[in-house]
Each structure stands twice: as C-alpha cells, then as structure tokens.
Design a protein around this ligand. Structure first.
Ligand code: F6R
Length: 265
C-alpha cells in the first residue's frame, strides 16, 4: 500500500488523476476505469477532464464501471448514480455512454442484475484502475461494516450512518434509499490497481483504520491492505490520525524518478 499525503484537497485530485491517467495510458485505448460517486473523487474527475481537454489523455474508447447504485430511485433521478456518473464522468471525460456502466438498481430482478454486472466487467477483461472514496464508517463501494471480504456484486442495506452522511445530496433523510446494489469487496479487489482518495478531518479515523488498523470486516476498506497495488491519496486533514505520516511523506519524496506517477512528461 502506498500512502500519499497531499497538502490540500486540490492536490489530492491532481495527484490521483495523474496516477489514474498513467495506468490508463499504459493499459491502452480500451482501458477499463472503475469509478466512484460521492464528493471525494470530484476533484480527480475534474483533473482528468483537464488532461483530456489538453489532449494528454484519451478515454474515448475506454470503458467505465461504477461501484454502486441506489435501489429504489426511479431511473433518471438526479441523485441516481447513473445520472451522477453521466454528469461527472461520462460527459467531462469524453467517454462513450454505451461504454459506461452503472449497476441496474432499478431492475425488477436485482440478483440477476448483480450477476450480469459481474459478467460485464469480466467480458471487457476486468478493471485496470479502480477509483475509490471511503465512507466515514470505513466502507468502500457500499460494502458496509461486516461485509464479507470476499463479497461480489449484490444488494446491501445502507447503515444509518451512511444514510445520514448522504442525506446532504437529498432534500431530506427520508428520501435517502435504504438499499443499494454494490460491487463486492472481492469484485473491487480484482481491479489491477486501486486509487483511493479522501479529504477532510471527518475521514481521518476511517483512513487510519483502513491503512494502519487490522484487516477486519468491521472496516471493509482495510481489505485493501491485501491488494498489491493500492494507492491511498489523502489531504493533511484526512491523514491526521495516521501514526506513520513521516514515513509516508519521506517515501514519496524519495521515490526514484521512474516511479513518479505525478510527474508528467
Ligand atoms: C460511492 C461509494 C462510496 C463513497 C463513500 C464516500 O460510489 O462507493 O463508498 O465513496 O461513501 O463518499 P463521499 O466521497 O461523498 O464522502
């Protein structure tokens, strides 16, 4: 696991975007991107969009798979993740809508939709780089505490804490769905690289538990300790409860030039 501590949230987006762009370029035109919703990756998407606009990254033939979708929102709901991904990823990154996929949270047969989603990811060769945020309770995707570390795409019930955290996107807490369709932890772990971004003090405890705590289903994101290529990009506030910050900073500063993914050209 590589931990990169950035001075501020804007820099988190810049560094994470450069890492994602480097993996996409190496994977070739048909790169497969895993995308998260929520606030955390927005700066990363904005930086990726700048690279696309500058002609430094071409995602026009790439594929993307969202992590999750609410169950119970009508199709086209502005807070459905299909809509959020369309406006924050597909359009700004110049991707083909037909190649950007979101779990079908509105499907009549949720189990079948989950199995189809897994097959679709498999059919394009798997995810090259998965972008992740982390919930204040340590979830990744919507794999809430005590999710199986081997889980695959399936329906989950959101915790009261996650519903409260996400109420800011809705007019009231009552409008936040209770269920979602989410890639499992096993599905996420199949991605060849993962880049997790977190900003703010309210994520500090989750980041510390994920990076330095024991691997435990109570902190679903801690499963990333078993991933061979996991990069955790955080701002100083989100890093504030890490005990090894000095080491992470030193390691990043002294990276050999050939390993520096955030230096372009
Ligand atoms: C979103 C997702 C979640 C979020 C997490 C953090 O697709 O899978 O794990 O990444 O809830 O959300 P924000 O970034 O809004 O704090």
């Amino acid at each position: 696991m590589e931990v990169v501590i950035c001075p501020n949230a804007a820099e988190v987006g810049r560094v994470a975007a450069r890492k994602v762009a480097a993996v996409c370029r190496a994977a070739g035109p048909h790169a497969v991107l895993g995308v998260a919703t929520g606030s955390s990756p927005l700066a990363t998407y904005a930086e990726l969009a700048k690279l696309v606009a500058a002609g430094e990254l071409d995602l026009s033939q790439a594929h993307a798979f969202a992590l999750d979708e609410y169950v119970g929102l009508p199709e086209g709901h502005p807070q459905s993740y299909a809509e959020v991904i369309r406006t924050t990823v597909t359009e700004p990154l110049g991707m083909k809508p037909s190649q950007v996929h979101v779990p079908a949270g509105h499907a009549a047969d949720i189990d079948a939709a989950a199995a189809e989603y897994e097959q679709l990811i498999h059919a394009v060769g798997g995810v090259d780089v998965q972008i992740l945020g982390v919930g204040s309770n340590g979830h990744i995707g919507f794999n809430e505490p005590v999710s199986s570390l081997a889980s695959r795409t399936r329906i989950k019930t959101l915790t009261a804490r996650t519903r409260a955290d996400n109420a800011r996107f809705f007019s009231s807490l009552d409008e936040v769905p209770h269920h979602c369709l989410t890639q499992g932890l096993g599905t996420i772990m199949d991605a060849r690289q993962v880049v997790l971004v977190a900003q703010g003090k309210w994520k500090a405890a989750a980041v510390a538990a994920l990076v330095e705590g024991p691997i435990a289903a109570m902190v679903p994101g801690s499963v990333l300790q078993l991933h061979r290529f996991a990069t955790i990009v955080v701002d100083a506030d989100a890093a504030s409860e890490l005990t090894m910050s000095d080491y992470y900073r030193t390691a990043f500063e002294h990276k050999p030039d050939w390993q520096h993914f955030d230096r372009m050209n």
